[in-house]
Design a protein. Structure first.
Length: 246
């Protein structure tokens, strides 16, 4: 798969402000939710797959991916005991991007090797499978350094799943800048995402700060109070404000 093909995919994704954790919208409202997302050109859907082993979180399995066709980009975040097995299953179920939690060292390198050079269908075309790493707020951002060549998407989790403690907007901005500095000239070929606790209140604070990120992973904060349409209009503006202040 050519470098140019991946470049085209990344350029498309850099115009997506939100990776919508679609299962937070509720199954009964799923058809209407997908229609609204499509109307606002949001085709990036986020799926958390967690088995409760390392973190106090238990979510759906990889089978949920099969409910969505290749017209949407399936952004999968694994927080599981066995990276390798679940990465295989997620890939076979149609994932377009697979992000591993860097704190879970079990088979991490072997899983990254397995994912390398894989392809996935998106909107009628075969593209490289994107590989991601996510990091908890208590982990040293420098651990990303050795993986720069292997990873396309770097995700900063904004709160500690064990304690619920959340980074302040200023702390998060500093952490993003650390990552940008680590990436250096490679930044243009990489994606940076924020995941966790994204809502109207946190975005109002973050938009006052300069932050070089590509998209926001959002679930309940996006869908709550039946204000999805409003947020699909206003949240991209918050992200643009962050980028303007860089």
């Amino acid at each position: 798969m050519s470098h140019e093909c991946k470049k085209q995919l990344l350029q498309h994704l850099k115009h997506q402000s939100i990776s919508a954790a679609i299962l937070a919208s509720g199954w009964l409202e799923l058809p209407q939710t997908l229609t609204k997302l499509q109307q606002h050109q949001v085709d990036l859907l986020h799926f958390d797959i967690a088995d409760g082993y390392h973190w106090p979180l238990f979510t759906t399995s990889e089978t949920a991916l099969k409910q969505f066709d290749s017209h949407v980009f399936k952004d999968v975040h694994l927080m599981v005991r066995d990276n390798f097995e679940m990465a295989q299953k997620s890939y076979q179920s149609g994932a377009n991007a697979i992000t591993l939690q860097i704190e879970n060292a079990q088979s991490l390198d072997a899983t990254l090797t397995f994912l390398k050079d894989k392809t996935a269908e998106f909107q009628g075309k075969s593209y490289p499978l994107l590989i991601g790493l996510a990091i908890m707020p208590t982990s040293d951002i420098e651990v990303f350094t050795r993986y720069i060549d292997d990873v396309d998407l770097f995700t900063l989790v904004t709160f500690d799943l064990h304690t619920g403690e959340k980074l302040s907007a200023i702390e998060l901005a500093k952490r993003v800048q650390q990552l940008v500095n680590i990436l250096g000239e490679r930044r243009k070929d990489k994606m940076i995402a924020l995941d966790g606790g994204i809502n109207d209140e946190s975005l109002a604070q973050l938009s006052q700060l300069g932050m070089d990120i590509d998209w926001l992973v959002a679930g309940s904060g996006l869908f709550r109070d039946h204000r999805l349409t409003e947020r699909l209009k206003t949240w991209p503006k918050h992200l643009q404000a962050m980028q303007t202040h860089i």
